[in-house]
Design a protein around this ligand. Structure first.
Ligand code: ADP
Ligand code: MG
Length: 255
């Protein structure tokens, strides 16, 4: 039995997210090459690698924002459907936070967070509001609930984006370089929220070059280059003793 079929106690699959033999091309460009990756419930995986190595495509494929050419992607034991209601339901289980916060500019902070639960999950407005306020409190933004996104700093907006994703009560959170568009002084307030989430047991896949976050929160670092997973290791091991030449070269540039 491999990881993807093994059942944990209670009958749920051991891997919450399981990619097997995933390939993706953009025209002639082979961007994901036979990717096998499985993420356990509660695990925090940091994905790092040079620009263009396929990290964003990987995240987008997990959320079906991008189709794949071959292979399978399973979420909690179910293959992601191509389309329709089943896809919408499964997608709700995957929270995604991007580099650009993508908040709805003409809605208040509170509305940004309540919209998904009301529209997609059919939650009652009062209940959605209560949930949203508790999440805004969790990310330290509750006092800004009535403001518009443009009135907030980048770091605050990204924390709202995290609260908005959490409002869908996802099983896994994907972060694609969530701090790389932020001014340096705002990076830590976002990373702190992410570390808190990790400590609370959220399953997370995080594309980031923030070594401090990886060291503090990651169970495993996955190093990608050229569309392939080149190396996987615990953070300390990876940063102090990278095995592959590509990882050594990459780390020498960013550390
Ligand atoms: P990373 O996030 O690691 O920087 P990406 O997943 O964004 O890498 O991109 C991987 C490769 O795929 C890059 O060469 C990029 O130019 C290419 N690529 C990404 N999206 C598209 C697209 N929609 N069409 C064509 N090429 C793309
Ligand atoms: Mg990217």
């Amino acid at each position: 039995m491999d990881d993807t079929t093994q059942k944990a106690e209670g009958g749920s699959p051991a891997a919450l997210v399981a990619l097997t033999g995933v390939n993706k091309h953009f025209g002639d460009l082979h961007v994901l090459k036979d990717i096998d990756l499985s993420v356990r419930r509660g695990e925090v995986v940091v994905v790092i690698g040079p620009s263009g190595s396929g990290k964003s495509t990987l995240c987008r494929a997990i959320n079906r924002l991008e189709t794949i050419d071959s292979g399978t992607i399973e979420l909690d034991g179910h293959q992601l459907p191509e389309e329709g209601k089943a896809l919408a339901r499964l997608r709700a289980d995957v929270g995604m936070v991007f580099q650009s916060f993508n908040l709805f500019a003409h809605k208040t902070i509170l509305e940004n967070v309540t919209l998904g639960p009301i529209k997609v999950k059919g939650m009652k407005s009062a209940e959605a509001k209560e949930l949203a306020m508790s999440l805004l409190e969790r990310v330290g933004i509750e006092s800004q609930a009535g403001k518009m996104p443009a009135q907030l700093s980048g770091g605050q907006q990204q924390r709202v984006a995290i609260a908005r994703a959490l409002a869908m009560q996802p099983k896994v959170m994907l972060f694609d370089e969530p701090t790389s568009a932020l001014d340096p002084e705002m990076i830590n307030e976002v990373l702190d929220v992410m570390v808190g989430l990790a400590k609370d047991g959220m399953t997370m896949i995080v594309v980031t070059h923030e070594m401090g976050f990886a060291r503090k929160a990651a169970d495993r670092v996955v190093f990608m280059a050229d569309g392939q997973i080149v190396e996987e290791a615990e953070p300390e091991e990876f940063f102090t003793n990278p095995r592959s030449e590509r990882a050594q070269e990459f780390l020498s540039k960013i550390l």
